[in-house]
Design a protein around this ligand. Sequence first.
Ligand code: UD1
Length: 413
Amino acid sequence: MANPPFPIPAPSPASAPASESASESASESARIKVCITLGTRPEAIKLAPVIRSFRQLPQVDTQVVLTGQHREMVAQVMSLFKLQADHNLDIMQPRQTLSDITCRSLKGLETLFTQIRPDIVIAQGDTTTAFAAALAAFYQKIPVGHVEAGLRTDDILNPFPEEANRRLVSQIATLHFAPTETSVNNLKASGVLRGIYQTGNTVIDALLTVADQSPDCEVPGLDWSQHRVILATVHRRENWGAPLADIAQGFLQILERFPDTALLLPLHRNPTVREPLKAALESHPRAFLVEPLDYAELVGAMKRCTLLLTDSGGLQEEAPGLGKPVLVLRETTERPEAIASGTAKLVGTEPATVVAAASELLSDPSAYSAMAKAINPFGDGRAAERIVNIVMTYFAGSSSRLQPHLQPHSHPG
Ligand code: UD1
């Protein structure tokens, strides 16, 4: 087996004797510096449990870095989880291009990593921030821990550019925190030889934390008791343009066919997405187009809605945890577990297909309950704890250091 790509720092703080008489500055310098990078709302949601778990450890100096790829949408999540960032690169520009995000994040992170010298950089998922953070760390030979590793559609253009981002991060990362057995196998098929751990998805940790707080979602004019509410979200680049117009047509036809339904559509902040949706749907009396919900409201809406129509990845993972069927407005999904377990169906964007799938669920109680009762395959709410344990073991540098990959379902800790 090849040598580890990065040396394990020594001395190992996690295995040091507990009763040190060393000065405060020495123990300060012995702390493991974990730098957690994030740029968008889903990264904030999925990393919040990881940040909280690291921050409970006195032997870790946890530094949270926002690239600023998103501004308002990340700020909401940070405040919900009562988290503060240590650094903010504030890169967001209206109508930013992928190159803008990549260049500005890469350069900003290079400077920051040179200053703070992290022992490990944690990145999540498949956004441009995640890719830039992994690359910036790699250029400084800092090991990367990749949360939600191993998702694949095997179509490089779908989702775009996320499929490429996550494949690229897999080639650079040292520790791969794979949510499911499928993602473990995808990593192996991508040529990743070591450092793969099946942890579950941290989104379930976040969801359970928030769902416990009895979240609600008040929308002016929307009476939840009068309507069966369809909760919808759309933002993916591959749906911009004609697919977005098709999706809006599908929504209108569902509303017309089922007069007892209402559509709740939180709009993404991106004008390329929100403007055509507003133009097509805004005037319908049962279409409620609202600003992005904060995460607690979104969880409240998920709990109360009848079904979800979405192109979001995270909602495919969360809704089954709350017993809600999901129709996925995409041609592919990197979450085949949801399809296999029966909690989600891939319906694309063609109005006829979308309307047929929604109609079945809205008119056939047995079809509905088959989807609503399927088991959530994405985790048990302890993924962050496992991730933190794996990182600490990595730095302990003992014989219990990284094992190539744990047996499916045999989680550490
Ligand atoms: C990004 C991620 C996508 C993730 C999504 C979640 C990439 C390539 N894409 O897509 O994987 O699912 O975030 O939302 O990393 N905007 C604001 N305020 C905000 C956020 C966005 O005004 O708080 C607007 C800006 O005009 C910005 C635009 O939204 O230019 C698009 O944001 P961007 O990060 O480029 O792409 P997303 O579509 O959000």
